[in-house]
Design a protein around this ligand. Structure first.
Ligand code: AMP
Length: 293
């Protein structure tokens, strides 16, 4: 497994793969790898001949009050894990390599990307600048790694939807593939941030998934009012003493706009964000509304 840290070397590696007739799958990550990331790597191996995993904690997707500095950085361990999984290359660039003009909004004002209404709800409404940072860094990673396929987790559902729109609307020659959320045995979605939870918080955290299951159940049993689905999602969270709900929502699975009434055949996204202390956990599910008969 080769480790590449600058963009020119990354281009050279990608060109060499394509010249030998191999396709490339990219798995973008911020490192601190867990089983969720590894499911993406396995999907990448099924999708293409060569796999590159990027490890880059992207400064522009963190708000000033978020955990950019504290975010776990475990490059050596991550590299060992990826080598064991037969990943072909790791792209671990510096901030300077990714942001040659600087990474603050005042430093790199020349080109910026806007996600418009896709940003108005769910995490976008609570994390100003986050998805602009995500589409910017993913564009850079696609240009650096030249993949045929890029693999992302449904765990970050709003991100996945936005990136599919990004590739389609800007005509990127890449297929965006989503992978179902990987969970701990008790249902909690695997996340690098789970490590921040205290024992008490960790014990209550599976209620986040219970909220999603309650929403799915409500829709499956024919509930058509989004408000009632949201109430069903909030119920399990009410049983978690340390949980502070940031949002519980039902939105259209493509436009990400809130809906009030679910119609048979609709595809919706149900999603929650919940704080335990300073730790923010998200979970969600894409749900197809069943026909009434
Ligand atoms: P991150 O390192 O948190 O930026 O995540 C990198 C990629 O892994 C993103 O596409 C995430 O959606 C995906 N991912 C994170 N956690 C999970 C999980 N529990 N199951 C599936 N994919 C995940």
């Amino acid at each position: 497994m080769t480790t590449l840290t600058d963009v020119a070397a990354m281009h050279e590696w990608a060109d060499a793969q394509h010249q030998r007739g191999a396709t490339i799958a990219l798995v973008p990550t911020m490192g601190a790898l867990h089983s969720g990331h590894l499911a993406l790597v396995e999907e990448a191996k099924r999708q293409a001949d060569a796999v590159v995993t990027s490890i880059f904690v992207n400064p522009t997707q963190f708000a000033p009050d978020e955990d950019y500095d504290a975010y776990p950085r475990t490059l050596d361990t991550d590299r060992e894990i990826l080598a064991e999984r037969d990943v072909d290359a790791v792209f671990a660039p510096t901030v300077e390599a990714m942001y040659p003009f600087g990474a603050s909004t005042t430093e790199e004002p020349y080109i910026s990307m806007d996600v418009h209404t896709l940003n108005d709800h769910l995490c976008g409404a609570h994390r100003p600048g986050h998805f602009e940072g995500v589409v910017t860094v993913v564009t850079k990673l696609l240009n650096a790694c030249k993949p045929d396929v890029a693999v992302f987790g449904q765990k970050d559902a709003q991100q996945l939807v936005i990136l599919k729109h990004l590739a389609q609307s800007l005509l990127f020659d890449v297929e965006i593939v989503g992978v179902p959320t990987v969970r701990e045995d008790d249902g909690l979605a695997c996340s690098s941030r789970n490590a921040y939870l205290s024992d008490e918080e960790r014990a209550e955290a599976p209620q986040v998934y219970a909220a999603i299951q309650a929403g799915e159940q409500a829709i499956a049993s024919g509930e058509q009012h989004a408000e009632a689905v949201v109430r069903a999602m909030q119920k399990p969270l009410g049983q978690a003493e340390h949980a502070r709900v940031q949002y519980a929502s039902v939105v259209d699975a493509s436009s990400l706009q809130p809906i009030t009434h679910l119609h048979p055949g609709d595809d919706v996204l149900i999603a929650v964000a919940v704080f335990f202390g300073d730790t923010r956990l998200i979970d969600n599910a894409f749900v197809h509304v069943p026909s009434s008969d």
